[in-house]
Design a protein around this ligand. Structure first.
Ligand SMILES: Nc1ncnc2c1ncn2[C@@H]1O[C@H](COP(=O)(O)OP(=O)(O)OP(=O)(O)O)[C@@H](O)[C@H]1O
Ligand SMILES: [Mg+2]
Length: 179
């Protein structure tokens, strides 16, 4: 029986963007985007998630309501997570099954670095799981060393600045997939 169009889309196509990378390479640089709607932010997240290699560690930064959880939802979708992604604020961490395990942490309520160790953040960084950390900038400098930093800024009611810092190979692929 012929498969329905779209019913057997690969993990790459499911993200609607480029081919998943094997690794991060190239010089670190930044890419700045503007999102004019929640859907655009979700799409940017999906493009990011569909390129991330296994083991990627991400820090999502920016003030309350800037859109960190929304872009995390897109990133998870691009990683093939079928579940509804919610804000882990009250539990500090959520785990999802995507193309690899995806761990979503929220450090907003973080009281101490010991607590981060207790909730398993450092153990989650295992070279295979993708680890997404909201408020990663609340950790002492140098303790996370994310592959990708996403900094969200409120620019208007529905407008958000999104600055993505990472290796050149990843940002080149991301630019191609969102252009
Ligand atoms: N362009 C946009 N991109 C992202 N979010 C937007 C945009 N325009 C409006 N919003 C709204 O901003 C809010 C972002 O909420 P979200 O929970 O993602 O923020 P957050 O950074 O995770 O906040 P918190 O620090 O409280 O966890 C949502 O209500 C969303 O609908
Ligand atoms: Mg949030």
């Amino acid at each position: 029986m012929p498969s329905q169009p779209g019913s057997r889309r690969s993990e790459h196509e499911a993200g609607g963007a480029g081919r998943r990378l094997d690794r991060f390479e190239g010089e670190r640089r930044r890419l700045s985007l503007t999102s004019e709607s929640p859907d655009r932010t979700l799409a940017a997240g999906r493009a990011i998630g569909s390129l991330l290699p296994p083991g990627a560690v991400l820090s999502l930064e920016g003030g309350l309501g800037a859109g960190k959880t929304l872009i995390a939802k897109g990133i998870c979708a691009g990683l093939g997570v079928p579940d509804e992604v919610t804000s882990p604020s009250f539990v500090l961490a959520e785990e999802y099954a995507g193309v690899v395990p995806v761990l979503h942490f929220d450090l907003y309520r973080l009281e101490s670095v010991d607590e981060v160790a207790r909730i398993g953040l450092f153990d989650a960084i295992d070279g295979r799981s993708v680890v997404i950390v909201e408020w990663g900038d609340r950790l002492p400098a140098g303790s996370l060393d994310p592959d990708v930093r996403v900094v969200m800024e409120i620019a208007g009611d529905r407008s958000r600045g999104i600055t993505i810092e990472g290796r050149g190979g990843f940002l080149d692929a991301l630019e191609r997939s969102i252009s």
